[in-house]
Ligand binder design. Structure first.
Ligand code: GDP
Length: 195
């Protein structure tokens, strides 16, 4: 996949602000610090189009990036940060639900999990939510460079089993440090975009 153009379009807090051009969208969700910004930057070959290590508690927005004038990446604010207040969490939930449940151009969600650890209760809840609404999911297991080659299969199995990954949903082992999994991730995403 050759990324010719990648443009930040808007930070939206409400559906009225979402792009109107009906291009397909791929949303990206994961716990804070999972490596979501690094994933976006690596996939788009940009150093810092998605700001890494964004601080918790900052304005929770859906950030739309237009790629090759053909589709969008939609960066969903990270979930499961203990320091975020209850009101913030409720706001997050409402905004996310409004987007995930009612958004026609949404083709699939990339759910990022940390390959080093079993998925958390928040990760499981997110996956179940997406399955409940029949939204296709591509699991991206991040920080694969931190796991030795011999342990990769074991970690992948734990992720699959803990989430209860359904057949039809794929899992990609990814490293934004080495670029491992990038081609596979694009293959999975393009298949959803072209559906
Ligand atoms: P976000 O909060 O999900 O957007 O996470 P970031 O992309 O900001 O990454 C959180 C931290 O994990 C940063 O220190 C990154 O450098 C680190 N990180 C992200 N992806 C990887 C990866 O694939 N390998 C390694 N070793 N570190 C990573």
């Amino acid at each position: 996949m050759k990324v010719n153009t990648a443009e930040f379009i808007i930070s939206a807090v409400a559906s009225a602000q979402y792009p109107q051009d009906a291009l397909p969208e791929i949303a990206l969700a994961g716990r804070s610090n999972v490596g979501k910004s690094s994933f976006i930057n690596r996939m788009l070959n940009r150093k810092n189009i998605a700001r890494t290590s964004s601080r918790p508690g900052k304005t929770q927005t859906l950030n739309f990036f237009k790629i090759n004038e053909q589709f969008y990446f939609v960066d969903v604010p990270g979930y499961g940060f203990a320091r975020v207040s209850k009101t913030e969490k409720e706001k997050w939930g409402k905004m996310i639900e409004e987007y995930f449940v009612g958004r026609d151009p949404l083709r699939a969600v990339v759910q990022l999990v940390d390959l080093r650890h079993p998925p958390t209760a928040d990760d499981k809840a997110m996956y179940e939510f997406l399955k409940f609404y029949h939204i296709p999911v591509v699991i991206v297991a991040t920080k694969a460079d931190k796991i030795s080659k011999g342990q990769l299969q074991k970690h992948q199995k734990i992720v699959k089993e803990t989430l209860g990954l359904q057949s039809g949903d794929s899992i990609v082992l990814f490293s934004s440090e080495t670029g491992q999994g990038k081609d596979e991730a694009w293959k999975q995403l393009l298949a959803q975009i072209k559906r």
